[in-house]
Design a protein around this ligand. Structure first.
Ligand SMILES: [Zn+2]
Length: 133
């Protein structure tokens, strides 16, 4: 993995209650997952370490949805329904930010890779994934 300097990106949900700040490269690697949840939502994962993510507002508006193993904590804004970030099963100590929910201006480019979340155990034989930011 190339050592790129990290920049601060900001983003949030549709109604603006949930706002966050995330440190990640300006040219980010994001992943598109084919699992039952992500394929319906069109979610683009930008996965970062916990210390690179800061929730600025909206904690009280967040609702949690879990299914299957219950490891992933899907966090939705209870007002507008948008999942702008969550705690993924592949990175339970970090966060996945929805690259589609980032404000314009700081992301120079995105490279989209495919994640085979439908066959989760095959995609993550070690039980967890690598961090991108
Ligand atoms: Zn909202």
């Amino acid at each position: 993995m190339s050592e790129q300097s990290l920049v601060t990106h900001r983003g949030g949900c549709h109604c603006g209650r949930v706002r966050f700040e995330v440190l990640a490269p300006a040219s980010a690697q994001v992943s598109e997952c084919n699992c039952s949840m992500c394929s319906k939502a069109g979610y683009l994962h930008l996965i970062v370490r916990a210390e690179h993510f800061k929730l600025l507002s909206g904690k009280e508006a967040l609702t949690t949805y879990t299914f299957n193993t219950g490891t992933a904590r899907h966090l939705f804004c209870s007002v507008c329904g948008i999942k702008s970030f969550y705690v993924p099963r592949s990175h339970p100590d970090g966060f996945s930010v929805n690259a589609r929910c980032l404000d314009a201006g700081t992301l120079r480019e995105m490279t989209v890779t495919q994640t085979n979340g439908r066959e989760w155990e095959r995609q993550y034989p070690k039980g967890r994934g690598e961090y991108q930011g």
